[in-house]
Design a binder for this molecule. Structure first.
Ligand code: FES
Length: 566
């Protein structure tokens, strides 16, 4: 990383190119792109867009970046748009594509770090949409530690078919219904054609909306960034306001390390718990914290889950969509309520240049007499958070369960071992998936997968087949934010590293106990030692290319799957 030059000027970094006589080529190029002599005095702001045409979560981001640039220029700054990659979690289709999803987070972080550092930008605005975009962008902003703001592309509007609201998960669950012969061909096609009506990230409290709302709570986005749908006029207005906010950050030299603190990370998780957010938040915030040098632990996340109840009736386990939050005051109204309940720190600084408490002074109050999306603390959906860290002889270094309480808090069953998610679908089609089974999908971890695939297809198929409350699923992979049911992921150590999940055999008894936070394989130590003596590590699935590099560098799920630490 390039060290910060000693100056109080706002063009702390770009002045190296625009003010120093030793960089004539750079200055010539800046004139070449159309900058004026006047522009040479101005701070330069990189605008990083993960926009691309092939995915509804990202298809509009390049357009939003233009609005951001207008706001930047209007505030006496130079805005320069650049692109980085994105990968659609809705289109990665099983192991082959999904292997690239989580690694794409780190590639996005590396890309933004590279451009902003190499081009000497004084600040960065990230315009992001699909799941891995947000944590990747924030990891880069944290590493760079220059004034930065994240703009979320916004949630999608819901689709409609035969009077029913739909989203991406409806499409997966329709497939489960098809396997179970519970849906006609016409209705199946009707769901697929109408589930996704246009631009925006998946519409429930899935990973994208989880990360967007909690990053706003952490203070790195403007208020309402996570609430405005992609196609709402407020989204364009937010983009145009970024320039004024960036100017304040530059003038006061407020950087991500001022904003991302242990307290603001707690605020982020308070919102994740209250809103019923994705298990992926655990992975991503472990990584974001490490990027600013904070050693956040699974036990600290569990402590937040212990004190903040699940309050929202949002999908995947509830009824409502992210777009419905707009009508009741959005994420600021939820945060204000949590602040009033003593569950959020008010004194954390944010990208408005003001504290959380100052920002919330203008937020609406939740009206519990009219809205049914957010429940009061006195009548929560669950008295604790839904994310639970489980340990035991099956996950000595931890695992993460999503237990909303609707599916119960304890499951005991017999193992049905699947070496990849496709085997679950086959078992379902062959009638081999039975009530009382614990499906074990292994060799899906960070190194073994590689890339820790999400299990949305099998979990949705299980739900669609009507087995959601009768079958549990555990894995060293992870889950989509759209997953619900009795599921435990991030089992660490992973099978590829010889974790106990590698030793499970069909028919073994397994207990998942979310009350005592234990996950237990009921096999004697002697038998496990015998099985271990016969276990050999599988060959890595990739030796070269991006996934080969990933296998060599990635840390465990309990360490956030970071790739930039020894
Ligand atoms: Fe992009 Fe769901 S596929 S947010």
């Amino acid at each position: 990383m390039i060290a910060e030059p000693e100056t109080t000027e706002l063009n702390r970094f770009s002045r190296t190119l625009t003010q120093e006589v030793t960089n004539p080529a750079a200055k010539a190029m800046l004139y070449g792109i159309g900058l004026s002599e006047d522009d040479m005095q101005k701070p330069q702001i990189g605008i990083a867009s993960t926009g691309y045409e092939g995915n509804t979560c990202n298809m509009h981001l390049n357009g939003l970046s233009v609005y951001v640039k207008q706001g930047i220029q209007a505030n006496g700054l130079v805005g320069l748009i650049f692109n980085t990659i994105g990968v659609s979690d809705g289109m990665t289709n099983g192991n082959d594509g999904m292997r690239y999803s989580l690694p794409s987070r780190d590639l996005i972080a590396d890309s933004i770090e590279s451009v902003v550092s190499a081009q000497w930008y004084d600040g960065v605005v990230t315009v992001v949409g699909c799941d891995k975009n947000m944590p990747g962008a924030v990891m880069a902003m944290a590493r760079l530690d220059r004034p930065g703001i994240m703009v979320y592309g916004g949630t999608i509007r819901s689709g409609h078919y035969k009077g029913q609201k739909l989203d991406i998960v409806s499409a997966f669950e329709a497939l489960g219904k098809r396997y179970a012969n519970n849906i006609s061909d016409e209705d199946y096609e009707g769901v697929i054609k109408n589930a996704i009506p246009g631009a925006g990230a998946c519409g429930g409290m899935y990973t994208a909306n989880t990360m967007a709302s909690s990053i706003e709570a952490m203070g790195l986005s403007l208020p309402f960034s996570s609430t405005y749908p992609a196609t709402h006029e407020g989204k364009q207005e937010e983009c145009k306001k970024i320039g004024a906010a960036m100017r304040i950050l530059l003038e006061r030299n407020i950087t991500p390390k001022d904003i991302i603190t242990r307290e603001s990370l707690e605020n982020a998780f308070a919102v994740v718990m209250a809103l019923g957010g994705s298990t992926n938040a655990v992975l991503h915030y472990l990584a974001i914290a490490r990027a600013v040098g904070i050693n956040l632990t699974l036990d600290e996340i569990q402590a937040i889950s212990d004190r903040v109840p699940l309050l929202s009736d949002l999908k995947p386990s509830g009824k409502y969509y992210m777009e419905d939050l707009l009508g009741i005051g959005g994420v600021p109204a939820v945060m204000k309520y949590l602040y009033q309940q003593g569950m959020i720190h008010g004194d954390c600084i944010t990208v408005t240049g003001k504290t959380v408490a100052d920002n919330l002074a203008e937020a609406q109050d939740l009206d519990f007499s009219t809205q049914k999306i957010i429940f009061p603390v006195s009548q929560p959906i669950k008295t604790t958070g839904h994310l639970q860290v489980l340990r035991g002889n099956l996950a000595p270094d931890g695992s993460v369960a999503k237990i909303t309480g609707k599916e119960g808090e304890r499951f005991e069953g017999t193992a049905k071992v699947c070496e990849h998610e496709g085997e679950v679908i086959e078992a379902l089609q062959n009638g081999e998936l039975l009530p009382g089974q614990v499906v074990v999908i292994r060799n899906a971890g960070p190194k073994g997968g590689p890339g820790m695939s999400e299990m949305l297809k099998p979990t949705s198929a299980i739900i669609g087949a009507g087995l959601g409350d009768k079958v549990a699923l555990i894995t060293d992979g992870r889950f989509s934010g759209g997953t619900h049911g009795f599921v435990v992921g991030h089992i660490t150590p992973e099978a590829f590293e010889g974790g106990p999940i590698a030793l499970v055999q069909n028919g073994d008894r397994i207990t998942i106990d979310a009350v005592n936070r234990e996950i237990t394989l009921h096999v004697s130590d002697e038998e496990l030692a015998d099985r271990r003596s016969r276990w050999t590590q599988p060959a890595p699935r990739f030796a070269k290319g991006m996934l080969g590099k990933y296998i060599r560098n990635v840390k465990s799920a309990s360490e956030g799957c970071v790739t930039d630490e020894a």
